[in-house]
Design a protein around this ligand. Sequence first.
Ligand code: HEC
Length: 155
Amino acid sequence: MVIGVTVAVALAGIASYVALNWAPLQSSAESASTESDMISLGSTVYAAQCAACHGANLEGQPNWRARKANGRLPAPPHDETGHTWHHDDDTLFNLTKYGLSALVGQPVETDMPAYDGVLTDAQIRASLAYIKSRWPEEIRKRQTEMSRRAAAERG
Ligand code: HEC
């Protein structure tokens, strides 16, 4: 009898523990694996498509603030020393997909390619997710907040 009650209490305890913890554990595990899948795809895309100019370690080209002899800018770093993180998510996506000229609305002399037709939207988003994953926490927060505000302004 005493043993029966103890077992029942223990089972009830396990059941409520599972009820309280299973759902959040499962969903955070799911989003973590989706996010890390995206970042690992992004690191492959980045290495194949972006690293040649922006640097294997996101460091950009030397002297990236000074125009080259042909008047074009070198590729800037994508780490926190550059200004990639000054742009909201939609701007980064549109710039990478459609190019700088489309973004500015007039022809720009630039070495930055447009990836429309070269990479899928998912590959572009993944490459940007990888870049963002390399930023320090504080920079990520600021860029996330900027993206949220930009999206709210666009409505
Ligand atoms: C052939 C060289 C080259 C390749 C490859 C390249 N970029 Fe660029 N990228 C540039 C240059 C040069 C700029 C500076 C644009 C300008 O102002 O003329 C730039 C700028 C950018 C910017 C704007 C950064 C800022 O600070 O404003 C983003 C975002 C970007 N590139 C993303 C990418 C991504 C993502 C890839 C790969 C999918 C990529 N680039 C591949 C040369 C390249």
